[in-house]
Each structure stands twice: as C-alpha cells, then as structure tokens.
Design a protein around this ligand. Structure first.
Ligand SMILES: *[C@@H]1O[C@H](CO)[C@@H](O)[C@H](O)[C@H]1NC(C)=O
Ligand SMILES: *[C@@H]1O[C@H](CO)[C@@H](O)[C@H](O)[C@H]1NC(C)=O
Ligand SMILES: *[C@@H]1O[C@H](CO)[C@@H](O)[C@H](O)[C@H]1NC(C)=O
Ligand SMILES: *[C@@H]1O[C@H](CO)[C@@H](O)[C@H](O)[C@H]1NC(C)=O
Ligand SMILES: *[C@@H]1O[C@H](CO)[C@@H](O)[C@H](O)[C@H]1NC(C)=O
Ligand SMILES: *[C@@H]1O[C@H](CO)[C@@H](O)[C@H](O)[C@H]1NC(C)=O
Length: 438
C-alpha cells in the first residue's frame, strides 16, 4: 500500500518537465503570433474609417454636442418653453399583493417620449447622415426626465433597469426602461375571498412643476393609424396571473376611447406654497398621472379550503339541534364543530392581514357559528344538569320551575304534558279547604 502511494506521488514529478512544456507552448505560440505584422493592417483601418463610422460619428457628434451644453437643464430653446413628456405605463406581470403590509409588486415597462432639439440631425438624401433615421444612446449621456413613482415603497433605491434611449432624426426620444415596482396599495378585504382590489400607481416629475414640464399620456397608433393618447394601463404584453384577474387583460385591443371596463387614469394636480429667501410666497403646481389597476381575486383555492368546509360545518350546526339534550353525542359534536371552526378561523387569519379596518365577513360568520354552538352546548349541559338534579332531589325549586315551564315554555310554544306545580298545589289547597266544610 505504502509503495503504491509513493508511486502515485512520484508520477507528477516524473512528468513535470513535460507538463511545463505543454503549459509554455501556447504562450510561446502567442508571442510568435504577436511579433508577426498584421497582413490587413492598413485595409482594416481604412474600412473602419469609411463604412462603420457614419453612425459612430453621428453618435459622437450628438454626445459631444450634449457635453458642450451640459446634461442638466431641460432641452428647450427658450427657458420659458414647456417640455412635453408623454408617459405610458405597461404592465407585464402582477408579481404579488402583500395584504399584510399593503404592498403591490409589479413588473412594468415605462414609456417616455419627448422632443430634444439638441438630438436632431439631417437624414435626407444627399446629407452626411443619409438613411440613418435612428440611433441608440445611453440615457446618462442625454437629459432624461425625473419622473418617479410617488407611492413608492421599496427598500431598493433604484427602481429602473438601465435601457438605452432611441433617438430619431427629428429629435424625438423614445425611452422604455423596465422596472420592478413595489408600491403602496390600500387593501380592503371585507369580501375576502371574493374581493376586488384597486391599486394605483402615481407617476410625476419629482422636481419640475407645470410651468416647466407638461406631462401627458403616451399615445398609440391604433387601427388605420389613428393616433390616440392612452390614459389606461397598457396590458398588451401582460402575462396572466393565477391569483388575480384584471379588467385590462381582455380589453387591451380596444381603442382607448371605446374602453368601458378598465378604470380610466386621471391627471392630478397638487398646489404647494413655498417661501423664498426674501419672504415672498409663490405657488407651484405639480402634475401627476394616477394609473389605476382593478384586480379581482381568483377564489378557487379559497373556495375549497375556507368556504366549502364552512358550508358543510354550518349544516352540521343545524344537526346539533336535532339531537336530544340528554344524548352525550350532542356536546361532543358541538365541541368538534367548534374546534373545526376555530381551525378555519386560524387559516383565515393566516391568509388575511391582521391590521385592517374591516374584518372579512366570512370571519364574522365563523365567529357567529362558534357562538351558536357554544350556546347550544351550554344549554344542553344546563338541561342535563336540571334533569339529573330533579332525579336526585325529586322536585325543582318552585320559582325556577315556574320560570322555565310557564315563562320560557310558553314563549317557545312547548306543549305542556302535565299541569303546573302551583296549579296542583292550588287544587290540593282547594280540596283541603273543601274537605273540612264537608
Ligand atoms: C498598423 O497598426 C499599428 C498599430 O495598430 C500602427 O502602429 C502601424 O502604423 C500600422 N501600419 C500601417 C502600415 O499603417
Ligand atoms: C423666449 O420666450 C419669450 C416669451 O415667449 C420671448 O419673449 C423671448 O423673446 C424668447 N427668447 C428667445 C431668446 O427666443
Ligand atoms: C440610402 O438608401 C437608398 C435607398 O435604399 C440607397 O439608394 C442609397 O444608396 C442609400 N445611401 C447610403 C449613403 O447608404
Ligand atoms: C400639455 O400637453 C397636452 C397634450 O399635448 C396639451 O393638450 C396641453 O395643452 C399641454 N398643456 C400645456 C399647459 O401646455
Ligand atoms: C391649483 O392652482 C391652480 C391655479 O394656480 C388652480 O386653478 C387649481 O384649482 C388649484 N388646485 C387645487 C387642487 O387647489
Ligand atoms: C398662493 O395660493 C394661496 C392659496 O392657496 C393664495 O392665497 C395666494 O395668493 C397664492 N399666491 C400667489 C403668489 O399666487
């Protein structure tokens, strides 16, 4: 054994020179190659300078033009001009609605378009950049609007994935970044699991007010190339969610002006008053686009774990009242149903938020059933107690007997098989009074 291991260890040592040779061989060949002059050195560089460069020179020119004027400042010719940003929201996926923390996670595409006079060039025939109608630039090389999600609720500070901007020769810029948003959403679960949630996503410029930036809806060209602004969340590329059904997913082909089911988004303005250093007050109005998404919960899962057991158990609650009180099965069944309802209530508590304004109605129903069963069991036990006590002591206290048989018995229209005690006593009294006179 020892010899064998020694031999194994010795193996690499023997072959070491060979290995070294093998390792060095490629390096040597590389060094040999680099020493050789490149045959197509001149022709390659000349090809680069003619064919490829028209687009590259255009981009270089656009970027350097931007470098000269600086990235900051809106791309307008006159500082009193408004820049109009068309903004659109396309939803790709509803990832999750966290009812407990009231957060909605969505996968979205944002669409921006605006006109930037600094990014226009001549593309007509005969000009230097003939046939180049569009180029792609990095968004950090050009001015981009600071439109933010206002009801943002994310730990990550960066919301967008970097995407290049597409620039057309007339200066129109199209920018479609992808983003995963986590936004606040007021959750109402009164009708859980048949509930409908309306979540909103509010976008607006964080710093520019209406005198500097005009925010409007992103437009589409629908049939017959009719351009229409789209004040709805776009569901064209939507991937259907298993848990949520949204109105928009069946209506995305309809023209915006013909849509009826989706909630129309609206423009909201807020006025803020600021105080300048010299004490002068001035008002600023900020414009925001409020997109709304209506989602209906798919109740199939909850139907089988929360609703169906509840219906069956409610039927059993009725059955309890058919059992005679002296049967021990009555209390046993009652307690079993009670425990079953309690488990359902725990299940419900797990799936619904614990801090809400309205408790789900189905939860109230469970509680009511539990109250009914408790009362039934309590009364059955009372009846058994009275029954056993009557057997032992022979006679019920007259007051209790009167209250139970005359008061409650009449109230619940129970047939009275035997005369009441005091009536018997009265009869006896009468008989006793009559007998001496005889
Ligand atoms: C070939 O390219 C090298 C650098 O890549 C350059 O120094 C050299 O001048 C070029 N040769 C010719 C003939 O242009
Ligand atoms: C900018 O616009 C204002 C008002 O529209 C106008 O009075 C002014 O002449 C313009 N300035 C330039 C440089 O065009
Ligand atoms: C531009 O396109 C036209 C038609 O496709 C073509 O005839 C012309 O040669 C193109 N010009 C350049 C510079 O590529
Ligand atoms: C903003 O743009 C929209 C659409 O282009 C236009 O109807 C509206 O008048 C503009 N608002 C201002 C204040 O210019
Ligand atoms: C904000 O101010 C504008 C005028 O500056 C006014 O027309 C608008 O009604 C105000 N909006 C609100 C919500 O106060
Ligand atoms: C700003 O708005 C307030 C009311 O919201 C109004 O009283 C005030 O006059 C406004 N100031 C200016 C400079 O418009």
């Amino acid at each position: 054994m020892v010899q064998a291991t020694e031999a194994a260890c010795a193996m690499p040592a023997k072959h070491l020179p060979l290995l070294l040779l093998l390792l060095l061989a490629p390096a040597a060949s590389i060094s040999i190659q680099t020493e050789q002059p490149h045959p197509s050195n001149t022709s390659l560089s000349s090809r680069l300078s003619t064919a490829q460069s028209r687009e590259k020179t255009l981009i270089q020119r656009l970027v350097s033009r931007y470098k000269d004027v600086g990235l900051l400042g809106r791309p307008v010719m006159n500082s009193s001009d408004l820049i109009t940003i068309e903004f659109g929201l396309a939803i790709i996926q509803i990832l999750d609605l966290d009812e407990n923390r009231q957060l909605l996670r969505t996968n979205c595409w944002l669409r921006y378009t605006w006109r930037d006079p600094l990014l226009s060039w001549d593309s007509w025939a005969g000009s230097q950049f003939e046939n180049i109608t569009q180029v792609r630039l990095f968004p950090y090389d050009v001015w981009t609007p600071d439109i933010r999600l206002h009801n943002f609720a994310d730990e990550r500070l960066l919301e967008k994935r970097m995407a290049r901007v597409v620039v057309y020769s007339d200066g129109t810029v199209l920018w479609i970044p992808q983003a995963l948003f986590k936004s606040t959403c007021p959750v109402e679960i009164e009708f859980f699991p048949f509930d409908t949630q309306v979540c909103f996503l509010e976008f607006g410029s964080w710093t520019y007010d209406v005198t500097q930036l005009n925010l409007t809806w992103f437009g589409f060209e629908y049939e017959q190339f009719k351009y229409e602004p789209n004040p709805y969340v776009d569901f064209t590329n939507y991937i259907k969610s298993n848990e949520w059904y949204s109105d928009g997913q069946d209506e995305f082909r309809t023209r915006p002006s013909m849509r009826s089911r989706q909630i129309r988004s609206r423009i909201r303005c807020t006025n803020r008053t600021y105080q300048a250093a010299n004490g002068q007050l001035y008002n600023r109005t900020y414009k925001r686009l409020e997109y709304k998404i209506r989602m209906h919960r798919n109740p199939h899962f909850y139907l089988s774990i929360l609703v169906l057991p509840c219906i069956l158990l409610s039927c059993l609650t009725w059955v309890i009242f058919w059992l005679p009180p002296e049967s021990p099965a009555k209390t046993q069944l009652g307690m079993n149903i009670f425990v079953a309802f309690f488990i359902l209530l725990l299940l419900l508590a797990e799936t619904t938020p614990s801090s809400v304004r309205t408790f789900p109605l189905i939860g109230y129903f469970y509680c009511l059933n539990m109250v009914t069963i408790t009362l039934s069991t309590f009364l059955a036990t009372l009846v058994i107690n009275l029954y056993i006590r009557a057997e032992k002591q022979g006679r019920l206290h007259p007051l209790l007997r009167r209250a139970l048989l005359e008061g409650l018995g009449r109230m619940f229209l129970i047939r009275q098989a035997y005369p009441l005690a005091d009536k018997q006593q009265q009869q006896q009294h009468q008989e006793q009074q009559q007998s001496p006179t005889r």
